[in-house]
Ligand binder design. Structure first.
Ligand SMILES: NC(=O)c1ccc[n+]([C@@H]2O[C@H](COP(=O)([O-])OP(=O)(O)OC[C@H]3O[C@@H](n4cnc5c(N)ncnc54)[C@H](OP(=O)(O)O)[C@@H]3O)[C@@H](O)[C@H]2O)c1
Length: 350
């Protein structure tokens, strides 16, 4: 039986996921016995369409790429004609999807509307998969518990380092290891800026360049003040270490105070400034921070330049394990959703 998928949000990640599903349809079926149908797409401005027997996603992608509304999708299905115009909540509750992919904008202050979307999906007996940091940082414990109660899954691989396997690495291959600390570069924009500053650019020019390349938003404060990395630190602490951290538990500092002079001084000491997310288990609790740190050039994290991300897990059985990879991108984050869909297909437990 095919796995029925509904997408809430059809922006960069939603379209990236659909492109991957299309290009790998045969391989997913032959190698992993994963057969899928996208039954619904609901997007705020691009429109929405639902067909219980499955939509032609190539047509949906073409409509969106040519700036047309999804309501122009022509249903060829005689048995179950399409429904148009359903909002996110109706799509989540009333479609026949097995899994809801929550791919709307991140709001790390309230987590909404994504938390409501995930909660409704789980309450209606559907799996919820998301790359949205809001639900994972603000309501992870509640949503995992809800998933358990309803015998479905809540998976969030794409919220930290996009499709680079970080969360699934700890629940899969590293299961059985005790992880005592996690340390890493979790924000590509700030790492890019620091790399450019080391090459001689001042902070303002490096930020402008990051904005031109689409790494930094017009309002870059979420990145440069450390809020984005803080949300990922909270997710790592909660998902990997079973904690229940909130923003006030993380000592947060961004890179706005780093000057060209400080970068030069670090070079003289064979070190490099990096914005480091850090979580460490202590006898009496947990330490969590996001701060610029001078990393010795001999440390694996010192060699991570540009928009790349990296994380070092300190484990009891393997010592340090470092994973390096992309932290964002259309296909990279679309892939994170595919990995969670395959994990659900394999039938693991929450
Ligand atoms: N892109 C990346 O590299 C990346 C990496 C890691 C995590 N993420 C996270 O993944 C999520 C998706 O990212 P993205 O890059 O695809 O964002 P995006 O391109 O801005 O797409 C988000 C889509 O969600 C739609 N939307 C917003 N609110 C909605 C609602 N209430 N109901 C239905 N649709 C709604 C938007 O609709 P309209 O635009 O039509 O209004 C937009 O098409 C975000 O939470 C992001 O933080 C992205």
């Amino acid at each position: 039986m095919s796995h029925k998928i509904a997408l809430i949000g059809f922006g960069t990640v939603g379209q990236g996921l659909c492109e991957i599903l299309l290009s790998k349809k045969e391989k997913l079926k032959s190698h992993y016995r994963f057969d899928w149908e996208v039954v619904a797409v609901s997007d705020m401005l691009k429109g929405s369409v639902y067909c219980p027997d499955g939509l032609n996603i190539e047509k949906l992608l073409n409509l969106t790429k040519s700036g047309k509304s999804l309501k122009e999708y022509e249903c060829k299905c005689e048995k179950a004609p399409c429904e148009y115009g359903w909002d996110a909540i109706k799509t989540i509750n009333d479609t026949n999807a097995d899994t809801i992919c929550e791919l709307t904008y991140t709001d790390v202050k309230t987590g909404e509307p994504a938390i409501t979307h995930c909660r409704d999906a789980l309450n209606s007996g559907k799996n919820a998969v998301t790359s949205n940091k809001g639900p994972a940082a603000l309501a992870y414990g509640e949503l995992v518990e809800l998933a358990r109660k309803n015998r479905v899954r809540f998976l969030v691989e794409g919220t930290v380092m996009s499709g680079t396997p970080v969360l699934n690495l700890t629940s899969g291959p590293l299961a059985g290891c005790e992880i005592s600390s996690v340390k890493g570069i979790l924000n590509g924009t700030t790492n890019y800026i620091l790399t450019k500053m080391e090459a001689g650019m001042d902070y303002e020019t490096a930020l402008k360049k990051a904005q031109e390349l689409g790494y930094a938003e017009a309002d870059p404060s979420g990145d440069v003040k450390g809020y984005d990395a803080m949300a990922k630190v909270i997710i790592l602490a909660n998902v990997v270490m079973g904690e229940n951290l909130a923003a006030e538990d993380v000592d947060r500092q961004g890179i706005t105070g780093i000057t060209s002079q400080m970068i030069k001084e670090a070079g003289k000491q064979n070190a490099r400034w990096k914005l480091i997310g850090f979580i460490e288990k202590k006898d009496n609790g947990i330490n969590a921070s996001v701060k610029p740190e001078m990393v010795p050039l001999t440390h694996p994290l010192a060699g991570i330049n540009g928009a790349t991300n990296a994380l070092t897990f300190s484990t009891d059985l393997l010592g340090d394990v470092t994973i390096i990879g992309p932290g964002a991108g259309k296909m990279e984050t679309g892939f994170s959703i595919l990995t969670d869909l395959l994990e659900i297909h394999r039938g693991g437990k929450s």
